[in-house]
Design a protein. Structure first.
Length: 251
C-alpha cells in the first residue's frame, strides 16, 4: 500500500525522479564519466562549481571518501552554500556580470581540465558566464541543470542563453520549475524540494562511471577512502602525495 503521508509522498517523488534519471540520462552519465576519465588519464585536473544550494551537490564530490581525489571545488566567494550573511546576498551575486571571469582568471583551471557546473535553473549570469569562459579557456564543461527552466523561465544573462547552451555535455536533473514536489490545499505554496537528492545522485553516478572507466583501461582510479576506516589515512596520504600537483584543496 502506498504511503500517503507527506513524507511518503516526497520519498515516492524523489524515487520517481531517480528512476527517470537512471533511465533517461544513462547515455549522458556514461559520456560524462568517460569525459572525466579521459581528463584524468590525459593529466588534466577536475573542478566542480555550484552556487547556493546547487553548491551542495558540487561539494559532495570533493574530498569525498569513495570519490576521486582529483575533484576540486571551484569556489566563488559569497555563493558557496548559504553561509554568507545575509543569505540573500548569495542570490544577488549569482546575477553579477563579470564575477565568473574574475574567478576563473584567478583559479588554477587551464586548458585540458574539466569543469562540472551545477545550476538548477541555469538562468543566472554566474553559471552561464562560467561555462562560456571556461570553454573559451579550453576546459571541457559538464552542465548539471533542469532543462525545463530553459523553456519556462527567462534567462538573466545578457545573451538570453542558459547554462545548457554552453556545455560539452548536459545532465538533465528533470526537476520541475520551482523545485517543490508537494502541494496541499491548506498550504499556500508548493513545498518539499528534491533537487539536492537528485543532483547529488546524478553526480555520484558520473563519478562511479569515471572510476570504473579508468579501471577498465588499466589505470588505478585515484580514490579516497574513509578516514574512519583502519588504514584509511595511510591510503589517502599516498593518493594525495601521488597526485599532489592536481589537488588544490590542500593548499
Amino acid at each position: 500500500m502506498s504511503d500517503r503521508t507527506p513524507a511518503g509522498q516526497f520519498l515516492d517523488a524523489a524515487i520517481g525522479l531517480l528512476h527517470r534519471i537512471r533511465d533517461e540520462e544513462a547515455d549522458s552519465v556514461a559520456a560524462a564519466g568517460a569525459l572525466l576519465a579521459d581528463t584524468v588519464a590525459d593529466g588534466g585536473r577536475l573542478f566542480a562549481f555550484g552556487a547556493g544550494h546547487s553548491s551542495l551537490a558540487a561539494q559532495d564530490i570533493v574530498y569525498r571518501a569513495g570519490g576521486l581525489a582529483l575533484m576540486n571545488l571551484l569556489a566563488v566567494p559569497g555563493v558557496v552554500g548559504v553561509d554568507v550573511m545575509p543569505a540573500t546576498l548569495g542570490s544577488a551575486l549569482e546575477r553579477v556580470d563579470g564575477l565568473a571571469s574574475a574567478v576563473l582568471d584567478s583559479s588554477p583551471a587551464r586548458a585540458g581540465d574539466a569543469l562540472v557546473i551545477v545550476s538548477l535553473s541555469g538562468r543566472n549570469a554566474l553559471p552561464v558566464e562560467m561555462a562560456m569562459n571556461a570553454r573559451a579557456l579550453g576546459l571541457k564543461v559538464i552542465g548539471v541543470t533542469s532543462v525545463a527552466y530553459a523553456t519556462e523561465t527567462t534567462s538573466r544573462h545578457v545573451s538570453g542563453t542558459y547554462l545548457k547552451d554552453h556545455c560539452d555535455l548536459v545532465l538533465d536533473s528533470k526537476i520541475a520549475v520551482g523545485d517543490a514536489e508537494l502541494t496541499l490545499d491548506h498550504v499556500p505554496a508548493p513545498f518539499a524540494p528534491a533537487s539536492t537528492v537528485v543532483t547529488t545522485a546524478l553526480l555520484q553516478a558520473v563519478m562511479a562511471t569515471a572510476a570504473a572507466t579508468l579501471a577498465d583501461r588499466g589505470i588505478e582510479p585515484p580514490l579516497l577512502r574513509s578516514g574512519n576506516v583502519d588504514g584509511g589515512h595511510d591510503w589517502n596520504g599516498r593518493i594525495l602525495e601521488q597526485y599532489g600537483d592536481r589537488i588544490f584543496y590542500r593548499h
